[in-house]
Ligand binder design. Structure first.
Ligand code: FAD
Length: 289
């Protein structure tokens, strides 16, 4: 059954890959090995995160520049507005545009720990600011299980609509594990008139312990079957990788059958699992580096 389902979607699938700025020379080497492995799959774009409040926007920009130079791929920096003024953002946007960057992943960013005041700018405002500077291709974030700060699901959905109406071209979702939740969310987006692509963010989970902590902060449910799947594997990275690939494969298979034709991979700077999942989706090397 797996072959039949995957062949059905072969040739019609787009992928994109997300990376983060490495902190050590060794991590940097891993990142470049991963980019070199994944680039020939001709992703629609690759993106590089920027930690809000980290003050390391230049590092994100440097990696974006290097990816563009070394691979020719469309490389999109993530940009947050929680830690910048409107004037700063206009200057950054102008600088990006002048440097040939045309695609930006526009985010608010998390509030600094302990902060109680309302932020001046939300992601929808950032989309508007970027649009006022130039004709950027803009991706935004979406939350099938509702953003933790949203007063309710409808408010959060309307927030995505505001981002789309302000000029975003697509929404990339927070990672999730219950495909039904994604599909129902996609339906609700359509029903409310959000006409941009809702792209599932796929996280192959190789470190379950870390996921459990992170999922709590992000309001993402980790189903009981996943706890069971990773049980007893804390010291067995090889089996964890196989389990991770299997779970992510199952998810993309279900989503493909429901017409999803673009998957965004949270690679965590590793290529193996994303590459294998792409391979099974029929996404094969096309570009020679
Ligand atoms: P928004 O869309 O602005 O929404 C934030 C919250 O505010 C929501 O609860 C929304 O409902 C609410 N809200 C919106 N407008 C208003 C309003 N006017 N009044 C009151 N409430 C409002 N973080 C980083 O620091 N760096 C990254 O590189 C990064 N990349 C990410 C990539 C993806 C694909 C995703 C899904 C998330 C990423 N994040 C990143 C995390 C993101 O910054 C956080 O989830 C952040 O808390 C919300 O960002 P947002 O862009 O979704 O914000």
């Amino acid at each position: 059954a797996i072959n039949r389902n995957l062949q059905d979607v072969e040739g019609k699938v787009n992928v994109s890959f997300e990376f983060f700025p490495p902190k050590t020379p060794q991590m940097e080497q891993t990142l470049w090995q991963s980019i070199e492995r994944l680039a020939p799959l001709a992703p629609s774009f690759v993106s590089v995160t920027y930690g809000a409040n980290s003050g390391e926007r230049d590092r994100t920009h440097d990696i974006i520049k290097s990816i563009k130079q070394r691979t020719g791929l469309i490389a999109a920096p993530h940009l947050t507005c929680v830690d910048a003024s409107k004037d700063d953002l206009i200057a950054i946007a102008k600088d990006y545009w002048q440097n040939g960057i045309r695609h930006i992943v526009a985010l608010r960013g998390d509030l600094p720990p302990g902060s109680t005041s309302k932020p001046d700018l939300y992601a929808a405002d950032l989309v508007e600011i970027l649009r006022s500077v130039a004709d950027f291709d803009i991706s935004v974030a979406a939350y099938p299980e509702v953003h933790p700060e949203a007063p309710n699901a409808q408010f959060d959905l309307l927030n995505l609509k505001r981002k789309a109406d302000a000029g975003a071209s697509r929404a990339i979702t927070q990672f999730f594990f219950d495909t039904e939740k994604f599909l129902r969310y996609r339906d609700r987006c359509a029903a409310i008139g959000i006409d941009v692509d809702i792209i599932p963010g796929i996280l192959p989970v190789t470190n379950f312990q870390q996921l459990r902590k992170f999922a709590g902060l992000t309001n993402v449910a980790v189903p009981q079957w996943m706890h069971k799947a990773y049980e007893g594997l804390d010291n067995d990275a090889t089996t964890r990788n196989l389990v991770a690939a299997n779970i992510a494969m199952e998810m993309v298979k279900v989503l493909s059958r429901e017409g999803v034709d673009h998957f965004h991979f949270y690679t965590l700077n590793r290529s193996e699992l994303s590459y294998a999942i792409c391979h099974l989706l029929g996404v094969r090397p096309q570009l020679a580096l």
